[in-house]
Design a protein around this ligand. Structure first.
Ligand SMILES: C[S@@+](CC[C@H](N)C(=O)[O-])C[C@H]1O[C@@H](n2cnc3c(N)ncnc32)[C@H](O)[C@@H]1O
Length: 240
């Protein structure tokens, strides 16, 4: 039997926006700075395919993709699930600032790295880091309720994360990777402290609009290795 494979080429921004709503798997074929080429096995309503191919093999996404039966979700083993309780803390994964961090973690974090998550909220980024193969993960937040949520979610996900009620000024060591989804005013105050807390890569998120991005970039002498925008929110990756 033959199947039709539809190839699309979108800007990264269009692609991640599309992906956030698309319930099925996609096959990424090529990724450049300004485009992502991917294939799906059905025509998409809002985009025009750059190619339509006939293939003989049933795609894995079609054969086995996440399936929900009432409250039960069955996922293929290549999907890395993060379970988050909708509680009092920020961080369900729906907000663009969190999505950008989740993207950057997958792109820049290496297996075994130590990670510091500053402003952990629900613990979503700390848990995702563990799922992606991080070594030691420390998650801090100045809000004690967030720390309790983080502990709850880490237990639910069976991952070992040190969730601590602490501000970054009191962290006495440095980590391979720092991730901080905060806001410009906090970065203005804490940038010298945060800069001392990572050895390799830092992911900053929570910057709204070009003006905030511009102001953020004045806080560091380092050239960003990646800037990514989603719904007018920006995330910046710096190397030490
Ligand atoms: C936007 S939420 C991010 C939550 C989660 N990391 C995410 O990406 O969805 C920011 C979190 O930072 C915490 N926070 C604010 N100022 C902080 C500071 N100076 N030090 C540590 N945490 C802080 C807040 O309590 C809040 O939980």
């Amino acid at each position: 039997m033959q199947y039709l494979k539809y190839v699309y080429k979108l800007t990264p921004e269009e692609f991640y926006k599309f992906l956030a709503d698309y319930q099925k798997g996609v096959e990424v074929l090529q990724e450049g700075e300004s485009f992502i080429e991917f294939a799906v096995y059905e025509p998409l309503q809002n985009f025009k395919p750059v190619d339509v191919l006939k293939v003989d093999i049933l795609p894995p996404e079609k054969a086995y993709r996440p399936v929900r039966i009432k409250n039960l979700m069955v996922v293929p083993d290549w999907i890395k699930p993060v379970v988050i309780r909708q509680g009092v803390a920020f961080g369900t994964g729906l907000h663009p600032t969190t999505k950008l961090c989740l993207y950057m973690l997958q792109r820049f974090m290496k297996g075994g790295w130590s990670v510091l998550d500053v402003g952990t909220g629900t613990g979503i980024l700390a848990i995702a880091s563990k799922r992606l193969g991080a070594g030691r993960v420390v998650a801090i937040d100045t809000d004690p309720q967030a720390v309790e949520e983080c502990k709850h979610n880490c237990k639910e996900n069976c991952v070992e994360v040190e969730c601590i009620n602490m501000s970054p000024e009191n962290v006495a060591e440095s980590f391979d990777l720092l991730v901080a989804n905060l806001e410009l005013e906090i970065f203005k105050r804490l940038m010298p402290v945060l800069t001392g807390l990572y050895k390799r890569v830092a992911i900053f998120s929570g910057l709204y609009g070009e003006e905030e991005l511009k102001q953020f970039l004045t806080l560091t002498p380092h050239e960003p290795v990646k800037i990514k925008k989603l719904e007018n929110w920006y995330s910046v990756v710096l190397r030490a």
